[in-house]
Ligand binder design. Structure first.
Ligand code: HEM
Length: 119
């Protein structure tokens, strides 16, 4: 499940970067990439939720919950960034949020919680 989790969030970051690039250029593939990205959010939520369930009844549950909330925050920031770039709205605040959320997620995911890149 950790592999599915890592694969799906790495894929999300790649799809996000591509969709962002195409939105900025006003090109068509942006919409399709954005829709695939939304499906990928479901994979992240499913794999993350399953990983989280392993922590119920354990002593690291609080950290796992914070990791999960920060993960949902990353997804929200990615989605809002794309929508705002598409609409030409200001995005600086969203970038800051994405940065903060990503740091929390990576620090807890790789730093604190036991599963590393190869469980
Ligand atoms: C784009 C968003 C996300 C990113 C970048 C991300 C990143 C990571 C990373 C780097 C790890 C550590 C590697 C591993 O143990 O597999 C991890 C683990 C984990 N993630 Fe996420 N994650 C995201 C979303 C979520 C969501 C939405 C949830 C919960 C619903 C979640 C729950 C977990 C849990 C419970 C672990 C297990 C940690 C462990 O056992 O070591 N993540 N995530």
């Amino acid at each position: 499940m950790a592999h599915l989790h890592i694969t799906s969030w790495v894929l999300a970051l790649i799809l996000f970067a591509l969709a962002l690039m195409f939105y900025k250029q006003g090109k068509k593939p942006s919409k399709i990439l954005h829709m695939i990205l939304r499906l990928d959010y479901l994979l992240i939520l499913y794999s993350g939720g399953t990983l989280l369930s392993n922590y119920f009844n354990g002593s690291m549950l609080p950290e796992a919950i914070i990791k999960a909330l920060a993960g949902i925050w990353v997804i929200a920031a990615l989605e809002l960034l794309l929508v705002r770039v598409n609409k030409g709205k200001p995005v600086l605040g969203m970038w800051v949020q994405l940065g903060v959320a990503l740091i929390i997620v990576l620090a807890l995911g790789f730093g604190r919680l036991p599963l590393g890149i190869l469980p």
